[in-house]
Write a protein of this length. Sequence first.
Length: 363
Amino acid sequence: MDDINGLTFAAPHPPPIGGYTRIAENFASAWAEQTGHSPVIIDTSPGRDKHEPGVGVRDVIRGLHIGAQMWWKVTPPRAFIVLATALFYQKLRPVIDYLHRTRGLPTFVWFSGGVVHEAFQDVSVKKRKKLVASLNAVDRVIVETKQVRNGLQEEGVDDIITMPNPRLVDWDNLPDISRSPDRQEIRVLFFSRVVAEKGPFVLAEAVQKARSRGANVTYDIYGPVAESDCASLQNHTDDDSIRYRGVFDGDTIEFIKDYDIVGLPTWFKGEGHPGVIVEAMMAGVPVLTTNHKAIPELVDDGENGLLVETNNVEQLTEALCCLAENRQRIGKMGRAHRERLHQHDAAEAVRRVREEIEQIQNR
């Protein structure tokens, strides 16, 4: 049994805080709790802002450092998981291939987000064939969404398992999702990186329109602001109904539960299963979002949230007005949202991976 408890985990850890680092922390913590063995960590976090373009000397040194850590830390009997972007995997593919071939360990390549399959279309046919062959050589490829799984299968990748964005879930202490019947105001929360493509500004315009039509709606924006969007944020906020509140640092789930709706009208290119939608599940709060990429895998329109077209202020406005007229619907959708949480439990993700390791070892 010890053979399925040991793990070397190459993944980004904070800083910076982001989707990949949260997944890594959640999975590593769940692994330690379930097995009693903390993973051996290879920290692949970028040493500078991940959005800064170009490749410099520091990037090369970092790549060599990560490769050296893999060489020394990927040893029997531990399994090996690499949580990677498409670009990161392309750069370190030769190292991963060599370690898997020579050390014979159960090896997993884990892609988060929703664009990995699209990255295959941006490389030459020759390089694409090498990537497919490399992924088929490892034991399992883990992806976040069904959309990515289908895209990789079309490219010829086999042995893919789908594992949605994992979160640490304390089932005994999830917040109560009952709502006060006396509150008339609809409180909307944006809780993500404040960048135009995530939709905070189109949602602000929709809130303004909804209020002009008599809907009692307020809107709070939380999150780090992209430098390029500071002016847009200032233009779309006021001191009354639409407010920027800064970056929240505290119990996220307890915080989210005090809102009626989480808004994420995103058209962000890299969107997979947005973490804030999963956090809203934990809080029992429905979401107002878009039918962009794999989001409909998480949200059924009218069941556990509302879906609109991307960059569509009028559809957002109509959704807000509809919810303002029927608060009971918010509670019903929130309960339905909570019921979907089990598929995102990090403990389930760990159990799934350990089962796969056992299958690999017994074949």
